[in-house]
Design a protein around this ligand. Structure first.
Ligand code: ADP
Ligand code: MG
Length: 160
């Protein structure tokens, strides 16, 4: 079986973007890093809202712009969601100072504006590049290692 490193999925509405995130949620586990790239309004937070739903974590998801990171505790399972907004970070070092290493023990880390901290991310992470057109959004998922390739495979089986 061949395993590809990437998959591109187009969504036509915010609801569809949330469904895409929700579909991916159950396929994630502690230690996974999801790096979101896309301009303001691309749908990063919208996608994370779906992801949180799919992971069955608690709390309302909004951009953690000022607090940088918001933790969503597990409702059912045992995986937390650490939602980071890197927009106001000066360098990726700050992520390590904040304790990203600890977060990865019991949770998934999803990062908005990940390009600003790219050098600090674990090598095996999943990039999600969101291209914004009118109401369409093109989500390109790119794997950088064994684990993120498994996530791409999981997405290939998603029917959302
Ligand atoms: P970001 O976090 O990337 O800045 P948000 O998720 O907060 O973006 O906002 C995305 C905006 O784009 C919302 O206002 C949403 O209603 C709108 N939108 C329109 N079409 C889509 C789509 N296909 N997917 C996601 N959001 C969309
Ligand atoms: Mg946002």
């Amino acid at each position: 079986m061949t395993v590809s490193d990437s998959i591109t999925i187009t969504t036509e509405s915010p609801e569809e973007t949330q469904r895409l995130g929700r579909c991916l949620g159950p396929g994630l586990r502690s230690g996974d890093v999801i790096a979101l790239h896309g301009d303001l309004g691309a749908g990063k937070t919208c996608f994370v809202q779906g992801l949180a739903h799919g992971m069955e974590v608690t709390g309302r998801v909004s951009s953690p712009t000022f607090i940088i990171m918001r933790r969503h505790n597990p409702g059912q399972g045992d995986v937390s969601l650490y939602h980071v907004d890197a927009y106001r970070l000066v360098s990726g070092d700050e992520l390590w100072e904040m304790g990203i290493e600890d977060w990865l023990y019991n949770g998934v880390v999803v990062i908005e504006w990940a390009e600003l901290v790219a050098e600090a991310l674990p090598q095996d992470h999943l990039d999600v590049k969101i291209d914004m057109q009118d109401t369409h959004r093109e989500f390109r998922f790119v794997a950088h290692g064994t684990r993120s390739r498994q996530i791409v495979e999981y997405l290939q089986r998603c029917r959302f």
